[in-house]
Design a protein around this ligand. Structure first.
Ligand code: FE2
Length: 356
């Protein structure tokens, strides 16, 4: 049986005044009191997020209103319930916060049993939303299985890139990007979203997908349409999704930009000009998730056998990626790749064994 206590971040103006509440909740929940703006900001950067926010409406150190409005806008926090404790004289403020879309509020005097009951209710609702989200992931997993049935190479490629993406994210240094903490907090979602990066290949004719030998220029152009076909398909999934989905938003940028070049293709290779598509974005304008995907995608493609080519050894694949630092790939991410390529090789061996 799981004995882990739900984790509550309690945003308090006066720890002394709220001491009794903290103690009463402490038996059932893991309570982290936060009573300064700095503590709250640090908690928002934390990789492990709480199950519920409890907010003292009298909190003066920070602007409760703008903080709560911020919660509502942020995909990462929007499913974490927020409960307001409205002390005497702050009832109006609490109801205004609830009008912002927050889950619940309780007014003074706080009865421990009622407070605990309300918290359990909010946690149960949040659990139902999480389960619904997991069902959606299962649906997307079904989409991935369809891709695999359609084209076994793409199916295996999709599974492997998900694992490599996970390794890559785990090893990102903290100064890699201003959004580092958000990326780390969404790492599970990013790895799942990466599975849809080649979803558009469903729309590509079999005679092109499984052609042995080089593609003709027209065939290559048709193959490249898997990017826009993927974007269209994910866009459709977004339209039927009951609410805004972080998973689909990340999937969309990965599918749409995973073939973008960081810089200009190496000169002297005319054919390569065709491979950097779409040409909409360059450099750090390309979303970070798509830049990671570009490296992971190429490593996996080089290591794998296809109907038109043999598999490449680990060292040869790595040297192609390292040689293309600064033109095809983000150089900072290539540095990360160099540090984790041994993990990639181990994962490649593991996947190869499970596939035979
Ligand atoms: Fe692709």
């Amino acid at each position: 049986m799981c004995t882990k206590k739900p984790n509550i971040s309690f945003i308090i103006s006066d720890i002394g005044k709220m001491n009794t509440v903290v103690k009463e909740l402490g038996d059932l929940f893991q309570v982290t009191p936060l009573n300064t703006g700095a503590q709250l900001k640090n908690s928002l950067r934390a990789i492990s997020l709480p199950d519920l926010y409890l907010v003292d409406a009298a909190m003066d150190a920070i602007d409760t209103y703008s903080m709560l409005a911020e919660f509502r806008r942020d995909e990462l926090f929007k499913h974490i319930p927020v409960m307001i404790l409205a002390g005497y004289g702050h009832e109006g403020r609490a109801s205004a916060c609830v009008a912002l879309g927050l889950a619940d509020f309780l007014t003074e005097p706080y009865h421990a049993s009622l407070l605990v009951q309300r918290i359990h209710g909010l946690l149960a609702s949040a659990m139902i939303i999480r389960k619904a989200q997991e069902s959606l992931y299962s649906l997307y997993d079904g989409v991935h299985k369809m891709i695999e049935l359609r084209d076994p190479y793409t199916g295996k490629h999709v599974r492997a890139t998900k694992s490599y993406m996970r390794i890559f994210i785990e090893h990102l240094p903290e100064d890699i990007h201003p959004r580092y903490h958000r990326v780390m907090a969404s790492k599970d979602i990013i790895a799942l979203s990466a599975q849809l990066h080649d979803m558009g290949k469903i729309a590509i004719h079999n005679c092109i997908l499984s052609k042995g030998g080089d593609l003709l220029q027209l065939e290559r152009k048709l193959m490249q349409t898997h990017v826009e076909e993927g974007v269209k398909a994910i866009d459709q999934l977004q339209k039927i999704s009951p609410e805004r989905s972080t998973f689909l938003e990340i999937a969309l940028v990965i599918a749409g930009y995973h073939h973008c070049y960081w810089g200009e293709p190496l000169s002297g290779k005319g054919k390569e000009r065709d491979y950097c598509y779409p040409k909409l974005l360059r450099g750090d304008k390309i979303p970070l998730e798509a830049r990671m995907m570009a490296i992971v995608d190429v490593y996996e493609a080089l290591r794998s056998q296809r109907s038109y080519k043999a598999a490449m050894a680990h060292d040869a694949a790595c040297s192609i990626i390292e040689k293309n630092e600064d033109n095809q790939f983000d150089p900072k991410l290539v540095e990360v790749f160099k540090a984790v390529k041994g993990e990639f090789e181990k994962e490649f061996e593991r996947i190869s064994k499970t596939d035979t």
